[in-house]
Design a protein around this ligand. Sequence first.
Ligand code: URA
Length: 196
Amino acid sequence: GVKREESFLEISSLEELAARAGACSRCRLRSGCRQVVFGEGDQKADLMLVGEGPGQVEDEQGRPFVGPAGQLLDRILEACAIRRDEVYITNIVKCRPPGNRLPNPDEVAACRGWLEAQIRLMSPRIIVCLGLLATRTVIEAKATMAGIHGQWFKRGDVWMMAVYHPAALLRDPRLKRPAWEDFKLIRDKYQQLKRG
Ligand code: URA
């Protein structure tokens, strides 16, 4: 069975959290992947990007968004004049699902405590959900991408927005236009918050 999430409230640093996640066996995904892909970037980042889960290249390299979708994300960030090392990038599940299948709800539930603790320890000002799984897990359980992308949601001090996943843009180039419009809103909000 899959263990229930816990919120790791006793953990007070991201390093300690990453070490604990590296030893995680809370669901079946860990036994089918090479390594835990915890996340990377500036721990004090104002902007956190949350994807779905590691793919093949991420599983090999131990870093999020370094495969084809990641290369497109890099270009989008560059077009927004945002450096990859000034943001923090992570995923809903930290272990690669077999064959890149969608993570199951029980795997999402088992893993979500890690993301919640990452958010608590880093307190980003903006959380961008890349794709529907992150959107449904973080913003709104019943969301559709067409219905929710490009809108700001504010929870406490945190601004959140859903955008199409870079992998979806690679499959369907027609989504590049709305994604770019959304990223311009994110860029503007990010610049505003930095100045404020
Ligand atoms: N797709 C994701 O959702 N996350 C990654 O880290 C890579 C590809």
